[in-house]
Design a protein around this ligand. Structure first.
Ligand SMILES: C[S@@+](CC[C@H](N)C(=O)[O-])C[C@H]1O[C@@H](n2cnc3c(N)ncnc32)[C@H](O)[C@@H]1O
Length: 258
């Protein structure tokens, strides 16, 4: 399980908030009584859910104590639970199971999505957003750094983590349609304007680089890995005359109704 740094994650809070807002805008539920935000992180997505449905009972669930501490500090009166998405069991059935940018950390999506949609109460919905950006240069750079024979890197090869999994839309449609009255799936590629390649590096360092860094035993190796990634990012994302970089970011959205 990667160790999360809530402050680094929140550095791009606006860019990270938009997909959750876009997902919430497409959830056609009047007044869900019980909502669960799985992988709630520091509580930003939970805040958006609270704004949309102020009277709902909302529980934020996350397996990172650091992220939950941040969420609790902001909203001590809300319900936060330390728990794992993989083993989480809705009891009783909830009206909205919501997850923004977390399910891609969990393997076994057929079982996961089947379990989730069956955990939704009649008339409720499962709403999920996952990054689907794993073929971008940013990810290639990390894979190449992990497998590279760079002399500074020496023998400390890093196994490429395999938990960041997102399948094609048809996969989710097939799994969900048997248990849902309606399934709505779409993808959006956000064209994020970043303050240069360093900002792209910081973005991935706070999320998808965590599993690589966590596999490296000492600080020196982690620093080397980061250096290699930064070099690759600088190569792949060239700044324009104002120092800005366009960082395309594709995300998949799923809303399935019971
Ligand atoms: C990218 S953050 C998203 C946070 C929040 N939903 C938002 O929209 O800002 C991903 C979160 O998923 C959590 N997470 C990852 N794998 C998890 C798991 N198996 N069980 C529970 N939480 C998990 C991480 O701890 C992290 O807080």
């Amino acid at each position: 399980m990667p160790v999360w740094d809530p402050n680094l994650y929140l550095k791009y809070a606006d860019e990270r908030a938009r997909p959750a807002a876009d997902l919430i805008a497409q959830i056609h539920l009047e007044a869900p009584a019980r909502i669960v935000d799985l992988g709630c992180g520091p509580g930003n997505s939970t805040e958006q859910l609270r704004r949309r449905w102020p009277n709902a009972a909302i529980t934020g669930v996350d397996n990172s104590p650091e992220m939950l501490a941040q969420a609790k500090a902001k909203h001590p009166e809300w319900q936060w639970v330390l728990g794992d998405i993989e083993t989480w069991n809705p009891e009783p059935a909830v009206d909205l199971i919501f997850s923004n940018a977390a399910f891609h950390w969990v393997a076994g999506h057929a079982t996961l999505f089947r379990g989730m949609i069956n955990g939704v109460a009649a008339g409720g919905a499962l709403a999920v957003q996952m990054p689907n950006n794993f073929h971008s240069p940013a990810h290639s750079v990390m894979r190449e750094a992990a497998l590279s024979g760079d002399p500074r890197w020496a023998k400390a090869t890093v196994a490429v983590p395999n938990t960041l999994t997102v399948h094609p839309p048809a996969f989710y449609y097939d799994v969900l349609r048997k248990h849902a009255s309606r399934v709505d799936i779409w993808e959006t590629e956000y064209q994020q304007v970043m303050d240069g390649p360093r900002a792209v590096f910081d973005w991935i360092r706070s999320t998808s680089m965590r599993p690589y860094l966590d596999r490296l035993p000492d600080v020196e190796q982690r620093q080397l890995f980061e250096e290699l990634c930064l070099e690759g990012i600088q190569e792949a994302y060239r700044p324009n005359d104002q120092g800005k970089v366009l960082f395309p970011y594709r995300r998949m959205f799923i809303v399935a109704y019971r």
